[in-house]
Structure formats: C-alpha cells, structure tokens
Design a protein around this ligand. Structure first.
Ligand SMILES: C[S@@+](CC[C@H](N)C(=O)[O-])C[C@H]1O[C@@H](n2cnc3c(N)ncnc32)[C@H](O)[C@@H]1O
Length: 206
C-alpha cells in the first residue's frame, strides 16, 4: 500500500509545475463557488495541494484554513500565498482525521480533487458535515473512477504496484450523490465538466 504522504510529497514539485488541465472549467468552478461565499465566512479546505484555489478564493471570504497531508505541497502553497500578498489563509498539515477542529465551525468546506483519493469517502463526508455550520456548504470536485475507461481501471493496480499512482476509491455519480444525501446534505448545484468529473455544491441541512 502506497503511503499517501510520501506519494504526494514526491509528486509536489511536478504537480506545482503542471498547468491546469481545463482552465475554462476551473474558472467556472471558482466563479460558482464565489457566488455562494459571503465576506464574513470561515472556510476550511482539505487536500489544498499547492494552494492556488485557496489563494483565488481568499479575497472573497474572511479566513481560510487550508490543509494537506503533504508538507511539500504546503511549502509551495505558503510561498505562493506570500508572493500573492494573501494574509487570510492559515496553512496546516494534516488530514480530516488528524486535524483538531471544532464541530460546526465553518461556513464552507472545500474538497477539490481529493474525495476519490481517500480510503473511506463516506466517513470523510460525515466529518465534513460535522465541521460545517447548519446551512454551510461543501464544495467538491471529484474524479468518478467508476466511469473511467476500462483500460485505465485495468492498468491502475499495476501503476499502484509500481508506486506511480495513489490509492483511488471507485464510485460513480449516483453513489457520491447518495453518500452526500445519506449524510445530511442537499445538492444545491451539480455539474459534470466531463464524463469522469463531478463538481457539486452541497448544503448541510439546517
Ligand atoms: C490531486 S491533488 C489536488 C490538490 C488541489 N485540491 C487541487 O485541486 O489542485 C490531491 C491533494 O490531496 C492531498 N491529499 C491526499 N490524501 C490526503 C488526505 N488523506 N488528507 C489530506 N490531503 C490529502 C495531496 O497531498 C494533494 O495535495
């Protein structure tokens, strides 16, 4: 089993240099998220990577706690935030399980390109629900591994064996939507930029 921290620490320099794959969809996701934000909001991001999304959102909210399992990703994120002159993001290393966070303390949680990387997606969604204030939103963008072409799914175990792919959880759109509704969320907005990606803004029921 690949150690996720080691995997992402090693991937960080290359990840930081790779261009955004679909810039138009990325911009649309930022805009939709920002339509939901309020200037006094406290936001929590898990799996923030090199921090670009938190930096883009920072002017639209009061504060962002941006977290990641990888210290190398966070080191790049901190440099980027400093270079951008952004002062309302606090970066912290950890996972949804390891971070000590107060229940019902965030207006929004961001989980972008991360849910499919987690071993226990249902528990992660339950933890997000716990961290949100009633009426708060969970913004996620997720790869639907179950919808990937069969040859990718065949090659995956081999790539994981050689340490060039991380753990991937396999679920489809209906399964993700039902994990969210089973954990007390209503779907406010959903959009599939491609067959294998799903962007959702889910609201914690009051
Ligand atoms: C595909 S990258 C996405 C980064 C960023 N959210 C984005 O959209 O560009 C996945 C990120 O999740 C982090 N990660 C992986 N497993 C994690 C976990 N269990 N808890 C927190 N972060 C994790 C990785 O270190 C990496 O930075």
């Amino acid at each position: 089993m690949i150690n996720p921290q080691k995997f992402w620490d090693k991937s960080a320099p290359k990840y930081a240099k790779s261009p955004i794959r679909d810039e138009i969809s990325y911009r649309k996701k930022l805009a939709i998220t920002q339509q939901h934000f309020r200037p006094d909001w406290a936001v929590f991001e898990f799996g923030c990577g090199t921090g670009s999304t938190a930096i883009a959102h920072a002017p639209h909210v009061k504060h962002i706690l941006a977290t990641d399992i990888s210290g190398e990703m966070l080191a790049i994120a901190k440099d980027r935030a400093r270079d951008a002159g952004v002062e309302n993001i606090r970066f912290e290393q950890g996972t949804l399980d390891s971070l000590e966070l107060q229940a019902a303390s965030f207006d929004a949680v961001l989980g972008l390109n991360i849910l499919h990387l987690l071993e226990d997606v249902e528990s992660a969604i339950a933890r997000v629900q716990e961290l949100l204030k009633p009426g708060g939103i969970f913004v996620s963008s997720t790869v639907l591994v179950a919808e990937a072409k069969f040859y990718w799914r065949l090659l995956l175990p081999l790539a994981q064996f050689f340490g060039v792919a991380p753990h991937l959880s396999c679920f489809n759109k209906a399964e993700l939507v039902s994990m969210l509704s089973d954990n007390g969320f209503s779907i406010d907005y959903q959009w599939q930029p491609s067959e294998v990606t799903l962007f959702i803004v889910a609201k914690k029921l009051a």
